[in-house]
Design a protein around this ligand. Sequence first.
Ligand SMILES: [Zn+2]
Length: 237
Amino acid sequence: MKKMFQNMVRGISGVVFPNVCACCGLENTEHQRLLCSFCLQERFEDANPDNAPVSSDIILPEGVIAQHALWQFDKGGDLQDLLHLLKYEQLTGIGVDLGRELGVRIKKHSLLKQKLSFFPAVLLPVPLHYLKFRYRGFNQAFKISLGFQQVWNDLSICDIKSVVRDKNTRTQTGLSLKRRRQNLKNAFKVKKPAEIKDKLVVIIDDVFTTGATTFELAHTVLDSGAKEIVVLTVAQA
Ligand SMILES: [Zn+2]
């Protein structure tokens, strides 16, 4: 009887609040997911179909062994909308869904799969300055890391107080690479080096553009004793 009642309530709430995909708006049969399996698996273009060490044409700085983005950024398209919903509309579940998909994709990248499986590693979401964190209420890179961790459950996420962003930089959009680098110089600080020492540090962010942010963070973390760095993002701009 109880079960029948529960099913009835679930049925009614399904009519009032149908579970729809945040991307395509169609009914989503995946429970506790904001994105449907079609949008996660078919909608976007793989940014690194050949599983190369880099998904861009950038030259990696010393100590950074790979840079991989899940999908090609589509200016004005669905992926941009999704990342906007995640960052500015508080739909943090999108970050978790995207992070999980990124984790699944890395299992098909032999170099990265091997590195993440056999080396002591830690996930490092690109830290937000505390003022920005207080304003937004969450760090989108941390949400992506949470999803990633559901697939790679042996990996821990670096404690929020271990590596911090000291400098509250202006938006990087529209700045040249040189200005971006100047803007970000010494933006990050490692407060607890033990957390990253001798480890493979997996830096996680939403979008990879020029690498100015992630490579500055990589540089800081390497200086504090990290062994190697991998940069993983959802989108490749
Ligand atoms: Zn969808």
